[in-house]
Design a protein around this ligand. Structure first.
Ligand SMILES: [Mg+2]
Length: 233
């Protein structure tokens, strides 16, 4: 069956979240003079990465609201340096959402892959658990928004990937049928299992080969592999 619709996750699949996040936080670390409270920016990042991951897991399962996540992850990070301070955490949270989406690093081969898919006649879409106002800034500033026919942010549906409702809404909005669709993302549970629950083929983007447990899953290490998969299926 020919694939017509290619759904992509955004963060860590196309938009280089790690690099962009670190660039933004380095700037804010200087602005707020956080070196008063901790040894180095690297030590801040190490704690923040872990704490942020924990908050996103809670958010994904609906245990916390986005407002709580924005500040809570920084408050928890500061606490580990004995610098728990709600005002600084709030400033960090606000500056981070202001600065980070404007960063423009994309994962390798993003633009050329999207261009090739469009030229091959595919419709391409985003399905993201990120916040709508933030995700659109990222897409516009990194100059890839124009490639997409639809951008679905899970908050528009009210639940997050891997909830099947997110994928069903995406198919409804784009008139895509499961058997002519494919979903590419870096999160096995949210992107791959979520898509496969509604019959969409899921492909795991795993550039650093972190994912080891399941041989069944279709893995790719480079976005360059997407157009051949789409053509060859
Ligand atoms: Mg992702």
């Amino acid at each position: 069956m020919k694939i017509k619709h290619v759904f992509f996750d955004l963060d860590r699949t196309l938009w280089d979240f790690e690099r962009n996040s670190e660039t933004a936080l380095r700037q804010i670390y200087e602005e707020l003079k956080l070196s008063k409270y901790m040894e180095s920016f690297d030590s801040f990042m190490e704690v923040y990465r872990r704490v942020n991951g924990e908050w996103w897991n809670k958010y994904r399962y609906g245990k916390v609201k986005k407002e709580d996540l924005r500040v809570g992850r920084f408050l928890d990070t500061l606490r580990e340096f004995d610098a728990e301070n709600f005002e600084i955490a709030t400033q960090l949270g606000e500056r981070y959402v202001q600065v980070s989406p404007y960063q423009t690093n994309l994962l390798p081969h993003t633009a050329e892959t999207l261009k090739e898919l469009k030229e091959n006649g595919n419709a391409i879409h985003i399905i993201t658990n990120g916040f709508k106002e933030i995700q659109f800034i990222k897409l516009k500033n990194s100059d890839i928004l124009h490639y997409f026919d639809d951008v679905l942010c899970s908050e528009e549906v009210g639940v997050n990937k891997p909830d099947p409702l997110v994928f069903k809404s995406a198919m409804e909005r784009t008139n895509a049928k499961a058997h002519e669709s494919i979903m590419i993302g870096d999160d096995f549970e949210a992107d791959v299992l979520g898509a496969e629950k509604v019959g969409i083929k899921g492909v795991l983007f795993d550039p650093n080969e972190h994912f080891k447990h399941n041989n069944e899953v279709h893995k790719i290490q480079s976005l360059k592999e997407v157009p051949p998969i789409v053509v060859g299926l």
